[in-house]
Design a binder for this molecule. Structure first.
Ligand SMILES: NC(=O)c1ccc[n+]([C@@H]2O[C@H](COP(=O)([O-])OP(=O)(O)OC[C@H]3O[C@@H](n4cnc5c(N)ncnc54)[C@H](OP(=O)(O)O)[C@@H]3O)[C@@H](O)[C@H]2O)c1
Length: 389
C-alpha cells in the first residue's frame, strides 16, 4: 500500500497538474522530498527555512499536522495527506448550490459568495423563500430537498454544495419532534447528495450540540459525539453525508435578527422566558456573518469536522446583559422540566446544557470571529420587537 497525497487546485501547477500522487509512507518531510524529486520546486511552494510556510496547512487523515509533530508527523500506509493553501489563496468556486439559502445564515452566505464572484443557485420552496434568495443574489430553484433530483440541468456546473437546509428547531421542540426532524434531516441530506450529477465538495451546517452537554471542557473537533436536542437532527444529517467529500461545520447558538436570539429577546420583554436551570451553563455563541464565513473557509479545507465559536458566556451572563441594557427585570429560574412545558423538553434541556467547543482547526485556516455578541445581541434589544404589556 502507499500514501495518497491530495493536491488542491492552487498547487497543481507545481506538480504537473496532478490532483493526487501516490508516495511511499514516511514523515511529511519525507513525502515532500519524494514530491520534490519528481517535481523540482514543490518544496519551495510549501516550505520555508525547514518549516511549513505560514499559509500552507497539511492534513494527515484529516488532522492538521501543526497540532501534531509538524513536518515530522508520521504518515502510515493507506493514510491520506492533503496540502492545503490557506483560503485567502484559494480560488472562489465559479458556481455553488446553497440549500437553506432563505434562512438566517443562508442569506448572508449567498451574499458573501456572490460578492466573491461565485454564481449561486439556491433551493427555495415557497414564494417567500424565492424572494429571499433572489434578494440575497442567488438564482432560485423552486423546490425542496426531496424534489431536487428533477432539476439536474441546473446542477451540472456546481462546484460546491452548502447544505444548511435543516428542519427548523424553534419552540416548542419536544423529543418526538426531534426524532421526526432527524428522519427528515437524514432523508433530505441523502436526497440533496443523490441529486448531484457528480460528486462535489459538500459543506454541512451542523450543530455543536452533536457533542452533548460539555460541562468540564470545550469539545475539540474529534471529541466523541453524544447528540441531544437540536444536535440529533444535525448528527443525522452528518451521518447521511458520511463517506462523501463532506465538511461538517458544528456551530453553537447563532445570533442574528431572527431565530432563537429574537425569540429570547421577545421572551424576556414579555416576561415569558425563565432562566433554564441554575444558569451557569455555557451558551456558545456565534454571529450569523461569522458562521457564514466559517462555512466558506471549510469549503476549501479537507473533508472532516470543523467547529466555530465566538465566545462561551454562561446563560446567566447573556440574560444579565440582555436585561441590563433596556432595564428589564432579570427573570426567575425554572427547572428544565418546568421550562419544557412551553419550550418543549428537548429545547429546554438544550438551553440548560453547556454548548462549548474549541475551534483550532478553522482558526489554523485563517478564520476567526469578527462579531462581538455583547454589542450585536444588545443592538437587537433596541429593535422594534413585542414588549411586555
Ligand atoms: N440557528 C441556530 O442557532 C443554529 C445553531 C447551530 C447550528 N445551526 C445550523 O446552521 C445552519 C443555518 O441555520 P439557520 O438558523 O440559518 O437556519 P434557518 O434560519 O432555520 O433556515 C433553515 C433553512 O433551511 C430551509 N429548509 C429546511 N428544510 C428544507 C427542505 N426540506 N427543503 C428545502 N429547504 C429547507 C429553510 O427553508 P424555508 O425558508 O422554506 O423554511 C431555510 O432556508 C443550519 O444548518 C442549522 O442546522 C443553526
Amino acid at each position: 500500500m502507499a500514501v495518497t497525497v491530495r493536491i488542491p487546485a492552487p498547487l497543481r501547477p507545481s506538480v504537473g497538474g496532478a490532483s493526487s500522487i501516490e508516495c511511499a509512507p514516511g514523515t511529511v518531510r519525507d513525502l515532500i522530498d519524494q514530491l520534490e524529486a519528481q517535481h523540482a520546486g514543490f518544496r519551495d511552494r510549501v516550505m520555508e527555512d525547514g518549516a511549513l510556510r505560514r499559509f500552507v496547512n497539511v492534513f494527515v487523515a484529516g488532522q492538521d499536522v501543526r497540532f501534531d509533530e509538524g513536518v515530522d508527523t508520521e504518515v502510515t500506509d493507506g493514510q491520506e495527506v492533503t496540502f492545503c493553501p490557506l483560503s485567502p489563496g484559494a480560488d472562489p468556486p465559479a458556481a455553488a448550490l446553497v440549500a437553506g439559502g432563505s434562512g438566517m445564515v443562508g442569506r448572508v452566505l449567498i451574499a458573501g459568495l456572490v460578492a466573491g464572484g461565485t454564481q449561486v443557485v439556491a433551493l427555495a420552496r415557497s414564494p417567500r423563500a424565492i424572494e429571499a434568495v433572489r434578494t440575497a443574489g442567488a438564482r432560485p430553484i423552486p423546490t425542496d430537498l426531496l424534489g431536487l433530483h428533477t432539476w439536474a440541468a441546473e446542477l451540472s456546473g456546481i462546484e460546491v454544495v452548502y447544505h444548511l437546509a435543516q428542519p427548523r428547531l424553534g419552540p416548542p421542540l419536544r423529543r418526538l419532534g426531534v426524532r421526526r426532524r432527524a428522519r427528515d434531516a437524514a432523508a433530505g441530506t441523502a436526497a440533496l447528495l443523490g441529486a448531484m450529477p457528480r460528486p462535489v465538495p459538500v459543506v454541512v451546517g451542523s450543530s455543536a450540540l452533536v457533542y452533548g452537554d460539555r460541562t468540564a471542557a470545550p469539545a475539540a473537533e474529534d471529541a466523541p459525539l453524544a447528540p441531544h436536542g437540536p444536535g440529533v437532527p444535525a448528527a443525522a444529517a452528518e451521518a447521511a453525508a458520511a463517506g462523501r467529500d463532506a465538511r461538517f461545520v458544528r456551530l453553537p447558538w447563532i445570533y442574528g435578527n431572527e431565530g432563537l436570539a429574537r425569540d429570547l429577546i421577545v421572551g424576556l420583554r414579555t416576561r415569558r422566558y425563565r432562566i433554564v436551570g441554575p444558569g451557569d451553563n455555557r451558551w456558545g455563541l456565534i454571529g450569523a456573518e461569522d458562521a457564514a464565513r466559517a462555512l466558506r473557509t471549510a469549503a476549501t479545507a479537507p473533508p472532516g469536522p470543523y467547529n466555530a465559536i465566538e465566545a462561551a458566556p454562561t446563560q446567566r451572563e447573556v440574560i444579565d446583559a440582555l436585561c441590563a441594557a433596556p432595564g428589564l427585570r432579570r427573570p426567575d429560574h425554572a427547572p428544565p422540566a418546568l421550562a419544557g412545558i412551553g419550550l418543549g423538553g428537548a429545547l429546554s434541556h438544550a438551553l440548560a446544557a453547556s454548548v462549548w467547543v474549541s475551534d483550532d482547526r478553522l482558526r489554523s485556516l485563517g478564520w476567526s470571529p469578527r462579531q462581538t455578541w455583547r454589542s450585536e445581541l444588545l443592538a437587537l434589544t433596541e429593535v422594534d420587537l413585542p414588549r411586555a404589556t
